[in-house]
Design a protein around this ligand. Structure first.
Ligand SMILES: CC(C)(COP(=O)(O)OP(=O)(O)OC[C@H]1O[C@@H](n2cnc3c(N)ncnc32)[C@H](O)[C@@H]1OP(=O)(O)O)[C@@H](O)C(=O)NCCC(=O)NCCS
Length: 206
């Protein structure tokens, strides 16, 4: 993992070109989202297999309008108190700059202000190549650097999503517990597995 090109605020992009990378890794680059990404996002996300372990916020079928709506949300979302950092990033093929995935956070409130929940996806054609493991590990380290008050990252994994469990465990996340029968989607009731990564655990990863 290299954070040599990690930046909070990449210079503004030309309207017709993709923004520069925030993280440059060996299998992928992570950069801010751009309206030109909409067709690649729609192609990647429009699959029931992709949606299976995602919440209803991830539509299925996934239209080009859904992609544009998501681009609007991801480009405008900021953590309260950190207006200069854009935390939602797309994961791209380093050779073509095409989107192959996405990673981002949801903030929490009140006493959980300094915990973020992370979420991510990779298009089906790119599964099993270690892309998300590499992206997630670098992204978590970047989050802790960019948000010095954050103590903890967590992920809620739907029962059965073993690929995501493998990613999280390889990034140092610990299984902290199970919210029994916490989820219901299309009538199916399932457990939600809670994973957490503390700042000091992330710092121990090389
Ligand atoms: C989960 C997801 C992001 C993983 O991305 P990825 O780039 O394929 O992940 P990686 O290649 O880094 O690692 C996945 C590992 O899980 C393994 N795996 C895949 N399916 C598995 C299964 N059913 N059981 C056990 N391991 C599995 C892969 O073989 C790989 O391990 P390996 O490197 O030892 O072969 C991707 O499958 C995805 O986008 N799924 C749909 C959206 C989603 O579920 N998001 C997460 C919500 S919590």
């Amino acid at each position: 993992m290299s954070l040599t090109e990690a930046t909070a605020n990449p210079p503004p992009s030309q309207e017709n070109s993709f923004p520069p990378p925030v993280l440059t890794l060996s299998k992928c680059i992570l950069r801010p989202i751009h309206p030109m990404d909409a067709p690649a996002i729609q192609r990647a996300c429009n699959s029931p297999v992709m949606a299976k372990y995602m919440s209803y916020r991830f539509p299925s079928p996934y239209t080009i309008e859904d992609a544009h709506r998501w681009i609007g949300i991801a480009s405008s979302f900021r953590v309260p108190g950190s207006p200069d950092i854009l935390p939602s990033l797309v994961i791209c093929d380093p050779a073509t700059n095409e989107v192959v995935g996405s990673i981002g956070i949801k903030t929490k409130e009140d006493v959980e202000e300094f915990s973020f929940e992370i979420g991510y996806w990779i298009r089906e054609a790119s599964w099993g190549k270690g892309i998300m493991t590499e992206a997630c590990r670098a992204y978590c380290k970047w989050l802790f650097e960019m948000y010095p008050k954050v103590n903890r990252l967590e992920a809620d994994v739907f029962e059965g999503n073993y690929a995501s469990v493998k990613v999280l465990e390889r990034c140092g996340f610990v299984h902290e517990g199970t919210k029994r029968k916490a989820g219901t989607k299309h009538g199916r009731v399932f457990d939600i597995w809670v994973y957490g990564l503390l700042r000091e655990e992330c710092e121990l990863l090389n």
